[in-house]
Ligand binder design. Structure first.
Ligand code: ZN
Length: 194
């Protein structure tokens, strides 16, 4: 094994989480990884999982949030989204994030409408899963790390924070030229739109 050097992804662990020994670099499972010279533990580093929600007002406009000072890409806009909490079910996480950021109570479709790996922050890679949702109630107001909200037509969007949101919107524009229908892809049972 060789001493640990710079890696393509900054912020990797320097010490073994089992025994505390300084990790070294060695080839394991197809590429160089951190390996513990004392106990042999291989340091796998998992991306975080995030959930984003696509809400439509039925007139072709989608709900976007303006990201606040504490979030990544502040001042730019994204779908309501956030990281899953440990032990949380994936749709619960999406519903919780929407409530926190927009004040709206929503229900999510059973199947995701999009999924992608995010590489915008090399220190904290993530995988995001997008669901379509329907608004059941609540009072619309920005909260948590969102500082503003808006319903936007697909051809008149504010400056987007993330390439992956932009990729989904491209898809929505192509498959759904008048901006209608995304909400009906797989609306959850009991939603008012079914
Ligand atoms: Zn170890």
């Amino acid at each position: 094994m060789v001493p640990r050097r710079d890696t393509p992804w900054p912020g990797e662990a320097l010490f073994c989480s089992d025994c505390g020994e300084r990790l070294e670099r060695a080839r394991r499972y197809g590429r160089e990884r951190g390996v513990c010279p004392r106990c042999g533990r291989v340091d796998f580093r998992s991306p975080s999982v995030a959930v984003a929600v696509v809400l439509s007002d039925g007139e072709g406009r989608i709900l976007m949030v303006k990201r606040g000072p504490g979030s990544s890409r502040p001042g730019l806009w994204s779908f309501p989204a956030g990281y899953m909490d440990y032990g949380e079910e994936v749709r619960e996480a999406g519903m919780r994030e929407v409530l926190e950021e927009t004040g709206l109570v929503v229900e999510l479709g059973r199947r995701p409408v999009f999924a992608a790996a995010n590489f915008h922050d090399p220190v904290k890679l993530s995988v995001c899963i997008w669901f379509a949702g329907v608004v059941l109630g609540g009072e619309q107001a920005p909260g948590s790390d969102a500082v503003d909200l808006g319903w936007f037509a697909l051809d008149d969007l504010p400056e987007l924070a993330f390439e992956t949101d932009a990729a989904l919107i491209e898809q929505m524009r192509g498959e759904d030229p008048d901006g209608r229908g995304i909400i009906d892809i797989d609306a959850a049972p009991g939603s008012p739109r079914r």
